[in-house]
Design a protein around this ligand. Structure first.
Ligand code: FMN
Length: 232
């Protein structure tokens, strides 16, 4: 079988997670592993359409896709997210559709669930067949029991591909809402009795739903100074 490993670690070959992939490779020499350092080379992948296309061709011709990364700030590294964005920006989702996939991570187990949920949702949005995931500690390689768990994970991934086992979906696809918020005059206004209320936002456009809601929130206070437009 041909497995493409999408290495999400910005450290490239020095990735800790990739050492676990190397262990799988050693134990399953009958399979071919193609490792692509997507995060480390993200600038080139963004700039050079041919380089991006080569990766997509690897995915298209693979039997399975292994997403391999270490947790970086509660989720996947930002470079990996950018790669995932490029898949839909450049409309190549079809290369991933119906491919069997699995996720392998290392971390210190702080918010693993966020990263795993994110990756599963990405795989499901791409129409992939999500077979399994494993969340390893950086030191697990030293423990026989965890190396055993890694073998069970790898075997179940290969079996899913070989036997085309059915997979289930966990998340509903996002649906775009065309809801348009129309503010009305507030019936009452709250007196903060001189206290300041700070609203932090990155929404600069006052004409969006969020912009209008923030405007409405401001108008719900009695203090006139809230209506100063210079900050918003
Ligand atoms: C910038 C940075 C952020 C990290 N954030 C998390 C985190 O949110 N949760 C966690 O459990 N581990 C976190 N870690 C630990 C890494 O996930 C861990 O070292 C992992 O093995 C790195 O994998 P890699 O070498 O394949 O990139 C972080 C490490 C770094 C350097």
């Amino acid at each position: 079988m041909r497995i493409v490993v999408l290495n999400g670690s910005p450290k490239g070959k020095a990735s800790i997670t990739l050492q676990y992939v190397a262990y799988i490779q050693k134990c399953f020499p009958q399979h071919e592993f193609r490792i692509v350092h997507v995060s480390q080379h993200i600038k080139k992948i963004e700039r050079d359409h041919k380089a991006f296309q080569e990766i997509i061709d690897e995915v298209r011709s693979a039997d399975g896709v292994l997403w391999s990364f270490g947790l970086w700030v509660l989720c996947v590294p930002a470079q990996y997210m950018r790669f995932i964005e490029l898949i839909s920006e450049r409309r190549v989702e079809d290369a991933f559709k119906d491919k069997y996939t699995a996720v392998i991570t290392t971390s210190i187990h702080f918010y693993d669930h966020t990263a795993h949920n994110y990756m599963r949702a990405v795989c499901e949005d791409l129409g992939m067949r999500y077979a399994d995931a494993i969340s390893l500690d950086i030191i697990d390689m030293m423990q026989e029991r965890r190396r055993g768990d890694l073998m069970v994970f790898a075997e179940s991934f290969f079996r899913a591909i070989r036997e085309k086992t059915p997979t289930s979906k966990l998340f509903r696809p996002l649906t775009f809402s065309d809801f348009a918020y129309r503010p009305v005059e507030p019936k009452t206004r709250t007196d903060t009795k001189g206290k300041k209320v700070v609203v932090l936002t990155n929404a600069y456009d006052t004409d969006t739903n969020l912009g209008k809601m923030i405007g409405q929130f401001r108008r719900s206070f009695a203090d006139d100074r809230c209506d100063r437009p210079e900050r918003y």
